[in-house]
Design a protein around this ligand. Structure first.
Ligand code: PLP
Length: 426
């Protein structure tokens, strides 16, 4: 598939019907798969053959989605999960345990922030949050001997800052650990983090990948670039004989797909955060039109951002595609095809007026979502980032009056008129 452009891979990636087979990947609604010899069964359980055996560990429909994602991100393999949250959780638990340390940008999705700050802390995994705009020397101060992973988002939700990949790659090299990047807000159409040095790429597929607000899901894509053998003191679980698989050595056996095989064999097997075949089907169908939607989302969002910027009742607009935005240079470098569909803005009069605006909108829906084809709005401080203190909210880019707007694929004129009318009403 790599000889084809990204648009072609969105449509044809991951699956090709053989003679007389279904043109569209079928939903294989089966928990289990039949075999005829005990020897085959033993081989399956030893990971000697990679066929399906039980849908917690893998399913043909989910497999098509995983292959398609690996092709779109340019990875060696991908593992689908039940949600974006579980994708991040099992990425971390695959290589970190009690006593380990992670460095994360503080400009991340509220749910991820909570997972890292509260839940991992409860498990004895320590996280240092850094300002991703600090210079490299400053960032390096966060490195500890037990640091195992660096985490950031391509396009931070909802702060709208763009990651300086070059700097974070240098940070990961200095720490000698993998760089994991959440690429949810950009999608594989607008940015491929692997091209810019990421070792692992995560998505909440719930957002742009599904794109129609129908299926919660996540995925982890492996670049196959990290040399686990060279750092086996830090990652013995990737290199040494594994007791739960009769002495299997993941890196030696599976090479540049070792992280993914271990995710499946340990994390999906033991935690069970598996994507369902039905959700995989919907996510595959979403990917079929990803390129068309992202183009329109980005085009509409830029026009809406420009409209809001020039409206007298709007105090500020944060969209990385706008001239003069603090991330504009990084946006041109890493997201040259568009800056995606999310805009953050504040109206004059602060939180109270902002709430009135949301209620005055007719076409745009008040929902806890981004990435839908329908224009969506939300007040993060009282919803997604509600559990954070005001100081933490500000650190993750959420001001009290901020409105998060996910621009849909409707006609620009209709979206503009909706906001114009609502702004006049406040
Ligand atoms: C929504 C989101 C998540 C969490 O994904 P779920 O599918 O809701 O579990 C993680 N990261 C980002 C950037 C998100 O927008």
């Amino acid at each position: 598939m790599n000889k084809y452009g990204l648009e072609t891979r969105c449509i044809h990636g991951g699956y090709k019907a053989e003679r007389g087979q279904a043109q569209v990947p079928p939903i294989v609604q089966s928990t289990t798969y039949r075999y005829y010899s005990s020897e085959d069964m033993a081989k399956l359980f030893n990971l000697e053959i990679a066929d399906f055996m039980y849908s917690r560990l893998g399913n043909p429909t989910v497999g098509v989605f995983e292959n398609k994602m690996a092709e779109l991100e340019g990875g060696t393999a991908a593992i689908a999960t039940s949600s974006g949250q579980s994708a991040l959780l099992i990425t971390i638990l695959n290589i970190c345990k009690n006593g380990d340390h992670i460095i994360s940008s503080s400009s991340i999705y509220g749910g991820s922030f909570n997972l890292l700050k509260v839940r991992l802390n409860d498990m004895g995994i320590d996280v240092t949050f850094v300002d991703q705009n600090a210079d490299l020397e400053e960032l390096k101060k966060a490195i500890k001997p037990n640091t195992k992973l660096i985490f950031a988002e391509t396009l931070a939700n909802p702060a709208m800052t763009i990651l300086d990949f070059e700097k974070f790659r240098a940070l990961a090299d200095a720490a000698q650990v993998p760089l994991a990047v959440d690429n949810t807000l950009a999608s594989p159409y607008l940015c491929n983090p692997i091209k810019h040095g990421a070792d692992l790429v995560l998505h909440s597929t719930t957002k742009w990948i599904d794109g129609h607000a129908t299926a919660v899901g996540g995925v982890v894509v492996e670049a196959g670039t990290f040399d686990w053998e060279a750092h086996k003191d830090k990652y013995p679980m990737m290199v040494e004989a594994d007791d739960s698989y009769h002495g299997l050595k993941f890196y030696e056996t599976f090479g540049n797909m070792a992280f993914s095989v271990k995710l499946r064999a340990h994390m999906l097997r033991d935690f069970g955060c598996t994507m369902s075949p039905q959700n995989a089907f919907l996510s595959i169908q979403g990917l079929d039109t990803l390129h068309l939607r992202m183009e329109r989302h980005s085009e509409n969002a830029l026009k809406v951002a420009q409209f809001l910027e020039n409206h007298p009742k709007v105090e500020w607009v944060n969209y990385p595609g706008l001239e003069g935005h603090e991330s504009k240079e990084l946006c041109d470098k890493y997201l040259p095809k568009g800056a995606s569909g999310v805009i953050a803005f504040g109206v004059k009069g602060g939180k109270a007026e902002g709430e009135k605006l949301l209620e005055a909108l007719e076409l745009a829906s008040m929902v806890v979502h981004v990435g839908d084809i329908r224009t969506s709005v939300l007040h993060p401080a009282s919803t997604t980032h509600r559990q954070l203190t005001e100081e933490e909210q500000i650190k993750s880019g959420v001001r009290p009056e901020m409105i998060r707007l996910s621009v849909g694929c409707e006609s620009f004129e209709d979206i503009k008129n909706d906001f114009n009318k609502a702004l006049e009403a406040i």
